[in-house]
Design a protein around this ligand. Structure first.
Ligand SMILES: NC(=O)c1ccc[n+]([C@@H]2O[C@H](COP(=O)([O-])OP(=O)(O)OC[C@H]3O[C@@H](n4cnc5c(N)ncnc54)[C@H](OP(=O)(O)O)[C@@H]3O)[C@@H](O)[C@H]2O)c1
Length: 252
């Protein structure tokens, strides 16, 4: 019997939103398992800092700025990476935005468009562009949220985009199964990153949020990366269309 293999030796991984937080943690785990990681986000300075931290571990990494809601930039990114390496083995759709906090009744069209452009449209078209470069055994990992299952109060537009990511992941998993490509999503609960900073810094809101988490704390970004490594590697070769909840027990 074969022992599960978590190695990513020789794999090319493209990760969005990888300049900090969950994306950087996943890139670090992949690079430490032997993948060459292409980190993307909007701002090149943050990307270079993350790449320096990963390279300091003796790992292989490069950076490329790309706005997740800009289809031309997405095309250029995939064209460059796909042609240069000839393949993209792993895609992590991690970048997301949440520009509007407030009631649905006060939401503007601009907030709707920005949230859906980055969190849904960009994820869809990046995936569509990458798949032709993905060999059999390829893995698509979408970072959704438990709020895609249970909308957050005052974060409902963001939550709706995450519900769309969950549905999109299942749809891609069915369509791509015959090509030997798997698509799965991770649904994190509260994770201590810049995205959750305003909540973490508001002590009353933080206490309230933590009371809803059976483990009574937020996750650190590294606690999401193990699940991503599983999904990227051949250890998960029979896992596709799965929604893996990593939330300290909230949805239990
Ligand atoms: N933190 C949580 O509690 C939590 C919970 C559930 C799910 N998630 C999900 O986890 C993923 C990562 O979030 P995080 O908490 O790690 O957030 P984060 O620390 O704020 O990092 C967000 C990353 O996305 C990039 N980004 C933001 N807007 C972008 C855009 N328009 N185009 C391209 N890149 C963009 C940022 O870099 P630039 O600024 O350089 O673009 C950064 O690298 C997201 O999908 C989020 O929805 C987070």
């Amino acid at each position: 019997m074969q022992v599960p293999n978590f190695s990513l030796n020789g794999k090319i991984a493209l990760l969005t939103g990888a300049s900090r937080g969950i994306g950087e943690a996943i890139a670090t785990a992949f690079a430490q398992q032997g993948a060459h990681c292409v980190l993307t986000s909007r701002k090149i300075e943050g990307l270079k800092e993350a790449a320096a931290r990963i390279a300091a571990l003796g790992c292989s990494v490069e950076v490329r700025a790309c706005h997740g809601g800009n289809l031309q930039e997405i095309d250029d990114l995939v064209e460059d990476i796909g042609k240069r390496f000839g393949r993209i083995d792993i895609l992590v759709n991690n970048a997301a935005t949440n520009p509007y906090a407030g009631p649905l009744l006060g939401a503007t069209e601009a907030a709707w468009d920005k949230t859906f452009d980055v969190n849904v449209k960009g994820v869809f078209f990046l995936t569509q562009k990458v798949v032709p470069f993905m060999p059999r055994g390829g893995s698509i990992i979408n970072i959704a949220s438990i709020e895609g299952e249970r909308p957050g109060l005052d974060r409902a537009i963001y939550s709706m985009t995450k519900a769309a990511v969950i549905s999109m992941t299942k749809a891609f998993s069915k369509e791509l199964a015959s090509c030997g490509i798997r698509a799965n999503a991770i649904l994190p609960g509260l994770v201590a990153t810049q995205m959750s900073r305003s909540l973490m810094q508001d002590s009353a809101a933080y206490q309230e949020a933590v009371q809803l988490i059976p483990l009574r704390r937020p996750a650190q970004p590294e606690e999401i990366s193990g699940t991503a490594l599983y999904l990227a590697s051949s250890a998960s070769s029979f896992t596709t269309g799965a929604m893996i909840v990593v939330d300290g027990g909230v949805l239990a």
